[in-house]
Write a protein that binds this ligand. Structure first.
Ligand SMILES: Nc1ncnc2c1ncn2[C@@H]1O[C@H](COP(=O)(O)OP(=O)(O)OP(=O)(O)O)[C@@H](O)[C@H]1O
Ligand SMILES: [Mg+2]
Length: 253
């Protein structure tokens, strides 16, 4: 494994019951890149993210074949600490789900559970995480108000800050801006561009233009298969597979 590969997926299939929903995927995610995943509904994008942090394990009757190595460790081998794995790969979902608590508590909650104590440490961690999430300036004077009072776009950045507070190495985002207006979307994209200096980011998006704007490399999924993966500019201007071209031209999906 060369040094810049953070996630190595080899022959990975995901089954739910008898049905194979991810089909022998082979791909690498490089350290400190934004790896975009595009594809129509039910192509397996979310299932792939949930394979990376083993959330699919929670589905009864699920099983897998093949391997996923994260920082050279096979994440499905026996003895892997799944709680630590999920902390290592923080996940942001399409719908922001703040806790019904203050802005401060939303960010401090996970950090406390991860064992961080002391007001001063928590204060600086909350500030740092909100800054990284691109929300600090908008909320610094009202950290005690409820997270639920924020706008949708602010809530999504709060959720981003919340996972940053538990010191992940990877950020997985599943259509994080699908419900947001263009300005909120732009703010999230700006945050991601900054964050890739410190983190490796996997971004599932149903908005192909978003992948074109922020992803360094992009993968196109269709029916649980990886059709192709490459530098984003190449995928968008000169894809190898006609199905990629058809999807990008809006011929299906
Ligand atoms: N927990 C589950 N149990 C059974 N089947 C599932 C489960 N989760 C996903 N699937 C199936 O796997 C396939 C891929 O779904 P997935 O949610 O990964 O697609 P997606 O690309 O994220 O789609 P969307 O763009 O709609 O979010 C679908 O056929 C879906 O029904
Ligand atoms: Mg999905």
């Amino acid at each position: 494994m060369t040094n810049d590969i953070a996630i190595e997926v080899r022959g990975f299939s995901q089954f739910f019951g008898q049905v194979r929903k991810l089909k022998a995927l082979d791909l690498d995610v490089r350290r400190n890149e934004i790896f975009g995943i595009i594809g129509p509904a039910r192509s397996g994008k979310s299932t792939f993210l949930c394979a990376l942090n083993r959330l699919n394990d929670l589905v009864r009757g699920s099983r897998h074949e093949g391997t996923i190595r994260i920082e050279e460790r096979d994440i499905y081998e026996t003895g892997v600490d799944v709680v630590a794995l999920r902390r290592q790969l923080g996940m942001v979902f399409a719908t922001p789900v703040p806790l019904p608590r203050s802005i401060f508590e939303n960010v401090a909650f996970g950090a406390r559970r991860a064992g961080i104590r002391g007001r001063a440490r928590l204060d600086s961690l909350v500030r740092d995480s909100l800054e990284k999430g691109g929300l600090w300036e908008e909320v610094k004077d009202r950290l005690d108000t409820s997270g639920l009072k924020l706008s949708g776009g602010q809530q999504q950045r709060l959720c981003l800050a919340r996972i940053l507070a538990v010191a992940p190495e990877f950020i997985l985002l599943d259509e994080p801006t699908s419900g947001l207006d263009p300005i909120s979307t732009m703010k999230i994209e700006e945050s991601l561009r900054r964050l890739k200096k410190e983190y490796t980011i996997v971004l599932v998006t149903n908005n192909t233009k978003q992948a074109a704007r922020v992803a360094d490399r992009t993968a196109f999924f269709l029916n649980g298969e990886l059709v192709e993966v490459g530098p984003t500019a190449k995928i968008f201007t000169a894809p190898d597979d006609t199905r990629t071209d058809d999807y990008l031209r809006g011929r299906f999906g």
